[in-house]
Design a protein around this ligand. Structure first.
Ligand SMILES: [Fe+2]
Ligand SMILES: [Fe+2]
Length: 267
């Protein structure tokens, strides 16, 4: 049983890449109160690896050591090196990994590491940095689902969404996260808002949004990443502005929710 999760399961039906895992168990999941249902991770390898992640000492090479006794100094508990090292988050990692391509999962992990780094650099309380990490791990959970599955989870709300099923993948991921027991409204809003943006009162969502657009694997927006370490709000304004300008330069429609955020922060 993944850390932070209790309950019983009847059978395992792991999801495959691009499909929702079947919900076959019930119990309680960490990061939220209440009894919920969850999709059980597949047996064997993934559970063992989750335990390895959760149990492994994550030690930065720069951490000091006690050379006299040859023992490592206790590593920082936040998952800057491995976002899935924290028990509260480790329970969600294999579920997300089942649903996305390996490349997408690597992106998700980079976003989580960067979101934590941004949170720390901007003085987030520890709990908020952890919330940003969780939102980042979950933000693209629905990104590789089919259009049919996306619309089942998040029915289109306007013509643009009907034309572009992927535009609802943030809202669909929010639905999935809630079904897995996540009930922190800031985390849920951050998951949904990574596509269209969040209000300036949601610093967790801002950190995730920024991390998504400038994680190192994208190879762009290094300036935003650097700015985010000094000024969260300005980096967020720049990230939203650059997305709107990019869409306009390509002649693509800008979602009304994005425009609303853009006008709130850039005008
Ligand atoms: Fe996304
Ligand atoms: Fe993403």
């Amino acid at each position: 049983m993944p850390p932070g999760v209790t309950g019983t399961t009847a059978r395992r039906v792991p999801g495959r890449h691009g499909q929702l895992p079947e919900v076959v168990g019930s119990g309680t999941a960490g990061w939220g109160a209440g009894v919920v249902e969850w999709a059980v991770p597949p047996p064997g390898r993934r559970e063992a690896r989750t335990q390895t992640r959760a149990g492994a000492a994550v030690v930065s090479p720069s951490l000091p050591t006690d050379s006299n006794r040859g023992t490592m100094v206790e590593p920082d508990p936040l998952p800057e090196q491995d976002p899935c090292a924290r028990p509260e988050i480790a329970a969600f990692c294999p579920r997300v990994e089942e649903m996305v391509s390996s490349e997408r999962y690597e992106h998700i992990q980079r976003v989580a590491r960067l979101a934590v780094a941004i949170a720390r650099a901007n003085g987030f309380p520890k709990a908020d940095a952890e919330a940003a990490c969780l939102a980042a791990i979950l933000h693209d959970a629905a990104r590789d689902l089919s259009a049919e599955e996306l619309f089942r989870l998040a029915p289109p709300e306007n013509a643009l969404e009907e034309r572009q099923p992927l535009s609802v993948h943030g809202r669909a991921a929010r639905v999935i996260a809630a079904s897995w027991g996540v009930d922190d409204a800031r985390v849920l809003e951050a998951i949904e808002g990574h596509v269209f943006g969040v209000g300036l009162d949601n610093r967790i969502g801002m950190a995730v949004y920024i991390a998504d657009v400038c994680e190192p694997g994208r190879g762009v927006n290094d300036d935003i990443r650097e700015l985010a370490m000094r000024d969260l709000t300005r980096a967020y304004e720049k990230a939203v502005g650059s997305k709107v300008q990019y869409l306009r330069s390509k002649g693509k429609s800008v979602h009304p929710a994005t425009l609303k955020v853009y006008e709130q922060i850039c005008h």
